[in-house]
Design a binder for this molecule. Structure first.
Ligand SMILES: [Mg+2]
Length: 176
């Protein structure tokens, strides 16, 4: 565990952009189809985790295979940037992002086989507890929480703790 921390700590300190898959990561993977539209359920604990990352100077963005108004709205609420929707093959979106960042400056969280090429390219890779076993096997840290049930909050806390960030909440500094 100490050896692993020694390796992951410098990697965590290099991260400038925290990228997320949506279905199965920001949500439980469920999709509600209605009247030609699509609804998804997001988690407020994840929302605060994203705010804490941004407060620590880390940008947060999305690469997702599907296209939905729900994701556009959630991304707008949380001021996520960049947002790439409609990238079933996620590598072309990653290539665009790599024009502004080095691979070591990127972290990505994904849950399924389509995420593996991106997870293998970035500086730090994460998965929620509900990720496919093939994904869990290759990531740097797998959350004990599932997508849509606090996985992003858990991963954000892990990353900030690795970076030695102390969060001030209601005037008090707390360890994450
Ligand atoms: Mg997914």
């Amino acid at each position: 565990m100490v050896a692993q921390k020694n390796k992951l700590e410098p990697a965590a300190r290099r991260i400038k952009l925290f990228l997320l898959d949506v279905d199965g990561v920001m949500t439980d993977g469920g999709i509600y189809l209605y009247r030609g539209g699509e609804a998804k359920k997001f988690n407020v604990h994840d929302g605060l985790g994203i705010s804490l990352l941004k407060r620590a100077g880390i940008s947060v963005g999305i690469i997702t295979g599907r296209v939905s108004e729900a994701v556009r709205k959630r991304a707008e609420e949380l001021k996520l940037d960049p947002v790439y929707q409609g990238y079933g093959d996620k590598l072309p979106a990653l290539e665009k992002i790599l024009k502004d960042y080095t691979a070591e400056e990127l972290a990505y969280t994904g849950d399924d086989l389509l995420d593996i090429p991106v997870l293998k390219r970035v500086g730090l890779s994460f998965a929620p507890a509900n990720a496919r076993p093939e994904v869990q096997k290759i990531v740097d840290y797998c959350s004990t929480s599932s997508g849509g049930a606090g996985a992003i909050r858990d991963i954000a806390d892990w990353l900030l703790k690795m970076r030695g960030v102390k969060q001030e909440i209601f005037g008090k500094y707390i360890d994450l």
